[in-house]
Design a protein around this ligand. Structure first.
Ligand code: HEM
Length: 309
C-alpha cells in the first residue's frame, strides 16, 4: 500500500541511485549559498499575517542547487534546479520556502518518487539506467509524466539568476481575521527567464552555474518578484503534479533581493535543513502527501550529513 513507504526507505533508495557523498545532502547535493533580503507587499499582508509581509526587510539565507545526489552533476543536466530560502523574521521566527524551477512535481504520492529512484538506478553492467525500467516506470506512473515533460521541453536555465522557481505545493495564507486562502507561489526573475540553447547544452563545461551567480551578484543585486496565485473552490489542493488554471487572481507578494553568493563549504546555507514545513504564523501547510513526506526525509538526510555520514 502507498502509506507503507517510509522516509528511511526513500532516502536509502536515493543513496542507492546516486551513491553517498559523506557529509553532504542526499539530494540536491551540488549547490551554492547566497545571502539577501525580502520585502513583502501590503497586498500580501491582507492575505497572510506572516511577519514576512510586514514591509520591513527580512534577511534571507538562500541556496541554489541541482536536483539529484551527484555532487558532480554537469550544469547542463536536464534535471530540476532548486532555490531554497530561509527567512529570519524579526521575532526570531523562521520561514522556509524550498522550490524547484518546474511548475509541477513528478509524484503525487511518495511511492511514485520511490519507484522513480529504483527505476533510474544505474545498471551495474552499463553504469547507466536501464531504458526498459524507465519505460515501465513511466507506463505505470502517469503522475510522473507532467514534470518529466516540462524538463524534456525546457532546457535548463543559463544562470540560477535567470530562472523562475515554483513553490509547487498549495499552502494556506491566514490573515488577521483568521480568514484562510489557498495559495501557490512562485518567484519570477527580474533578469528575465533565460535558458541554455541546444548548442550550449553540448558545448558548455560541467561547472558554470556557481561562478555565474557569484559574478552576477558582483555586478549588483539580483531580484525576483514573488507572485502568489489565489485558489478558487475545486482547485487541486493536495496534488503537486497538477497545475492550477492560468487565470487565477495573482498578487505581487514581495521582492527577493540576492546580494551575494559564495561556495557552500562553510557558508551559512551549508548546515541548514530547508525543511519546507518550517513555517511561521500566517502560513500553513495543506495535506499534500508529498509536502508532508518531505519533512521526515529531509530530517534523515540532515542527521546523516551532520554526523559526517
Ligand atoms: C517525495 C518527495 C521528495 C523527497 C523524498 C525529497 C528529498 C529530499 C532530500 C533528502 C533532500 C536533502 C535534504 C538535506 O539534506 O538538507 C532534498 C533537498 C531539496 N528538495 Fe526535495 N524531496 C522531495 C520533493 C521535493 C519537492 C516537491 C520540492 C520542491 C517543491 C523539492 C525541492 C528540494 C530542494 C530545492 C532541495 C535542496 C534544499 C537545499 O538547498 O538544502 N523536493 N529533497
Amino acid at each position: 500500500a502507498q502509506d507503507e513507504v517510509t522516509a528511511d526507505q526513500v532516502v536509502t533508495a536515493i543513496e542507492g541511485t546516486f551513491g553517498v557523498t559523506p557529509g553532504e545532502r542526499r539530494n540536491h547535493t551540488k549547490g551554492v549559498c547566497a545571502l539577501g533580503e525580502f520585502v513583502g507587499s501590503p497586498e500580501a499582508a491582507s492575505y497572510s499575517r506572516s511577519a514576512l509581509f510586514s514591509g520591513k526587510p527580512i534577511p534571507v539565507v538562500a541556496r541554489f542547487s541541482l536536483a539529484g545526489g551527484n555532487p558532480k552533476a554537469p550544469d547542463t543536466t536536464k534535471s530540476a534546479r532548486g532555490m531554497a530560502l530561509e527567512f529570519k523574521l524579526p521575532d526570531g521566527g523562521v520561514q522556509h520556502m524550498t522550490m524547484l524551477n518546474t511548475p509541477v512535481f513528478g509524484a503525487m504520492q511518495p511511492k511514485t518518487f520511490l519507484d522513480m529512484m529504483i527505476a533510474t538506478k544505474p545498471d551495474p553492467a552499463t553504469g547507466k539506467p536501464d531504458p526498459e525500467k524507465i519505460k515501465e516506470f513511466k507506463a505505470t506512473h502517469p503522475d510522473s509524466l507532467a514534470q518529466a515533460d516540462f524538463l524534456a521541453r525546457n532546457n535548463p536555465p543559463a544562470s540560477f539568476a535567470t530562472s523562475a522557481y515554483f513553490g509547487i505545493h498549495t499552502f494556506k495564507f491566514i490573515n488577521r481575521t483568521n480568514k484562510t486562502s489557498l495559495v501557490r507561489w512562485r518567484f519570477v526573475p527580474q533578469d528575465g527567464e533565460k535558458r541554455l540553447t541546444d548548442e550550449q547544452l553540448k558545448s558548455l563545461p560541467a561547472n558554470f552555474l556557481e561562478y555565474a551567480l557569484i559574478e552576477r551578484t558582483r555586478l549588483g543585486p539580483v531580484r525576483w518578484n514573488m507572485l502568489v496565485s489565489i485558489g478558487e473552490p475545486g482547485d487541486p489542493e493536495n496534488n503537486p503534479t497538477l497545475a492550477w488554471p492560468e487565470n487565477r487572481k495573482q498578487i505581487k507578494a514581495g521582492t527577493l533581493t540576492i546580494s551575494s553568493a559564495m561556495p557552500q563549504k562553510d557558508a551559512a546555507c551549508e548546515k541548514i535543513n530547508y525543511d519546507p514545513l518550517v513555517m511561521a504564523d500566517g502560513i500553513a501547510p495543506t495535506n499534500d502527501p508529498i509536502l508532508l513526506f518531505r519533512s521526515p526525509a529531509y530530517a534523515i538526510s540532515f542527521a546523516k550529513r551532520l554526523g559526517g555520514m
